[in-house]
Design a protein around this ligand. Sequence first.
Ligand SMILES: *Cc1c(COP(=O)(O)O)cnc(C)c1O
Length: 458
Amino acid sequence: MRYVSTRGQAPVLNFEQAMLSGLARDGGLYLPETIPPFEGLDQLDGLPYEEVAFRVIRPFTGDSFTDEELRGAIDRAYARIAHDARAPLVQLAPGHHLLELFHGPTLAFKDFAMQLIAQLFQIALTRSGQRVTIVGATSGDTGSAAIEAFRGIDNVDVMIMYPHGRVSEVQRRQMTTPPAANVHALAVTGHFDDCQARLKDLFNDHAFRDHVGLAGVNSINWARVVAQIVYYFTACASLGMRPTDFCVPTGNFGDIFAGSIARQMGLPIRRLIVATNQNDILHRALTSGDYRMGEVEPTISPSMDIQVSSNFERALYLAYGQDANAIRQLMEELKQGGFSISQGALEALREQYVSGRVGEQETLDTIRDIRARTGEILCPHSAVGVAVAQRHIEPGVPMVTLATAHPAKFPDAVERAIGLRPGLPPHMADLFDLPERLTRVENDVDALKSLILERRTA
Ligand SMILES: *Cc1c(COP(=O)(O)O)cnc(C)c1O
């Protein structure tokens, strides 16, 4: 399978190359040239998660990994998810289901992709003898998932930038407490969007990129999107493969875009519902056709506090009929603050995406209400999803809301809603006793470059 950039000016790569590079050299994002239709939808019910993962992922990896390598990586990755179903589907109300994606080691859905790509990096780098420096930007959950997945993996240094003072204490500690010498938490003065912009600066400096073997594991990495396709399949298999709506708490548009790929592979997904908090650029774009950056407002669902939604570029590329020139032009306009989506592309987007926005009070009310009616405690991101899903439920069409994090990861918000601090699962009960290790750094690309050069072990 061949991977092309959304901006049309980067080399065409295979799966392994696209995975190891992350962002394309022209600033674009990699996508497969064509999406393979999935054969055997009716044979998935009752299979272990790992088997479904193998069947879904296999067509995308081409000849980058043997069947044995891929199966081994999947088995090792998901053995670390503390639930036999890996992604259990729990019923909330008639016709409304919650897909629990928070049973992994860092309690958020990001473990599903990160655990797998760490295993695939290990295989690829051991084979080639190459070393890489992974640099990531996180609003909290990507960074903890990356540090947890890559700690101790050979031939890899990991540097994670997060916005200082803007991640929850559990998120921060998950990044700052692992003692492995190859992982580093960098606290940047600024917002998540600043971290993401500096990350792009680093990748766009090709000399630096080649010198340190820069690799990216942000949600723009195609291999992460692929891993996230799998749970749409297991959810639909549990519901009998009938037309189903999915509601996805959305920030960088990675998780929901995986759903769109699943849909193109033939999975009976009817609508994909984008749920945002008050940082609602995606909701405004889908409603008005105008994609325009605003100011980031900190919320109780911090992993969705962004204004530029990186993976949306992939959805735009498909909506514009794979016209890379059009995407290059839009991204130029975005540098000036925003752009208008063409009528044709907007219609194509609205064929599959619906959207909704939820304020802080409604998020808290939803946590309280769902607890009272079902006993389930939602994290604030999942609550945003549930609130939007409730507006869109239609009789006869199952609704699946993705529960993206465990409530214990955001105890302050949950306590505000229900007066109770949810406890951490036993395997991380000592998180608050471990010593922390982090480095403060300015929102400045040169400061970051020197730090990376100094810390990497290669
Ligand atoms: C990352 C994250 C999101 C947003 O996912 P995207 O793929 O960036 O849209 C939502 N909720 C939680 C808990 C997250 O960690």
